[in-house]
Design a protein. Structure first.
Ligand code: URA
Length: 436
């Protein structure tokens, strides 16, 4: 590190220099060990924010972050393991559908998922709306579950990429969250530490995505794929539309119910299309077959209900009440409901999808603070999708909550999230691009 003074490294990055691999490794080790104060690391993050990073710097940063904690060894599991990560969305229940499809096709899924973040929902919270479902399994139990049933979805272990946890907390309060290299290294450090052989990234784009502009989503996808390549793991990114909520249901048990219905052969067309593409790609990676063949296998697993059976097996194995999977009507929506109505005749032309996610949070479907609990039955059921014809006074969405005071506030918020126009809008492509 030259002089050994961290301030000189800050100067270097600030002035547009390229950091050496060893400098980056030492920076992350020292920061994780508490030897670099937050104010200096904040300055470095801001320098990275403005100056960016080369692919080589980014790979070195991500690998150093991965190595700051435990790296899971999935080698006891037979076959090529494939992980999937979504950069987040509204109504995104894809893991609940894709993981069972992929497992039913013989590709093991050993997945660590997260909780809701901001306006986006989290797979762990959704799974916990199945009574009894345990997301905290000991390592041996997790491995046994994957070997027995072909899949398990659990919470991230406490010591996975601790450098990311520390860096994210700083980014959150220093205006440096929205840096593409910092987002890419944050996501990939955790994915690489989770130990799967190959990685599929679902990079969402549009008004309900973390990054809303296509150009930014494409850049994020490209940077993450480059990190995967630099780390020696085949990584593919699929850019998918989050221009409107995926499916009709937003909120934990509402989404689980919609996911089960999809696995039972019903379910919304957009959910099916995105899930078959994601599952097809994971199967293609795991079985080393062309994508189209992967998609055909995924479709068969869905049609023949093999994937539905897998979800039942996983639920039983993780202590969940399988009766809910057999009869999704058992999931109770929260008892207080109301509708948002169309103010005029026309077509549903545009949604502020992030706003719809916020409204679901206001109803109780998300956490207001880290400690607050979730109302699993709270959320939104969209009655119309983009391009649907609507009549004045017709319901656009139905809202569910357990607290009267939340309904009014969320309904007012939702009213501004849906735009009616006289002209039928062009429809967004769901699978926008694939980056290898
Ligand atoms: N998700 C992450 O894990 N990290 C980021 O920086 C942004 C989204």
């Amino acid at each position: 590190m030259g002089t050994g003074r961290f301030v000189d490294l800050i100067h270097k990055k600030r002035d547009g220099g390229i950091l050496e691999k060893e400098e980056i490794q030492k920076m992350i080790q020292s920061f994780t060990a508490g030897k670099i104060p937050d104010y200096q690391m904040s300055a470095m993050l801001m320098a990275i924010y403005f100056r960016g990073m080369t692919d080589e710097e980014l790979t070195a940063l991500t690998l150093a972050m991965r190595d700051s904690g435990d790296v899971v060894d999935l080698s006891p599991i037979d076959g090529i393991t494939v992980d999937k990560h979504s950069t987040g969305g509204v109504g995104d229940k894809t893991t609940l559908i894709v993981a069972p499809i992929v497992a039913a096709c013989g590709v093991p899924v050993a997945k660590m998922s997260g909780r809701g973040l901001g306006f986006t929902g989290g797979t762990l919270d959704k799974l916990q709306s199945i009574p009894g479902f345990r997301v905290e399994l000991a390592e041996e139990e997790f491995f046994r579950a994957v070997c027995q049933t072909g899949l398990s979805v659990i919470g991230q272990s406490g010591n996975l990429a601790p450098a990311d946890k520390l860096l994210y907390a700083l980014r959150d309060v220093t205006g440096t969250v929205s840096s593409i290299p910092l987002i890419a290294s944050s996501i990939m450090s955790k994915k690489l530490a989770a130990g799967s052989d190959k990685i599929l990234l679902d990079v969402t784009t549009g008004s309900g995505a973390f990054i809303k502009e296509m150009e930014g989503s494409r850049e994020l996808a490209r940077r993450m794929v480059a990190i995967g390549r630099g780390a020696g793991k085949e990584t593919v990114a699929m850019i998918t539309s989050m221009e409107e909520p995926l499916g009709y249901a937003i909120g934990n048990s509402l989404e689980v119910k919609e996911a089960i219905e999809t696995l039972q052969g019903e379910g919304p067309e957009d959910v099916k299309e995105v899930c078959l593409a994601l599952a097809g790609m994971m199967i293609s990676l795991g079985k080393e077959i062309p994508f189209e063949e992967g998609k055909e296998r995924a479709e068969r697993a869905l049609q023949q209900k093999a994937a539905y059976e897998k979800l039942k097996e996983m639920t039983a194995c993780q202590g969940g009440d399988v009766r809910y999977i057999e009869n999704p009507k058992l999931f109770r929506r929260a008892g207080i409901s109301g509708c948002v109505l169309a103010p005029e005749d026309g077509y549903l032309a545009k949604t502020n999808t992030e706003g719809i996610g916020v409204a679901a949070g206001l109803l109780g479907a998300g956490r207001e603070t880290k400690e607050s609990s979730i109302d699993f039955g709270a959320g939104i059921y969209m009655k119309k999708k983009l391009g649907d014809k609507v009549k004045k006074g017709e319901a656009l969405a139905e809202l569910f909550t357990s607290q009267e005071s939340r309904l009014e506030k969320a309904a007012r918020y939702m009213e501004n999230c849906m735009e009616i126009r006289k002209q039928k809008p062009g429809m967004p492509k769901l699978i926008v691009d694939i980056i290898r």
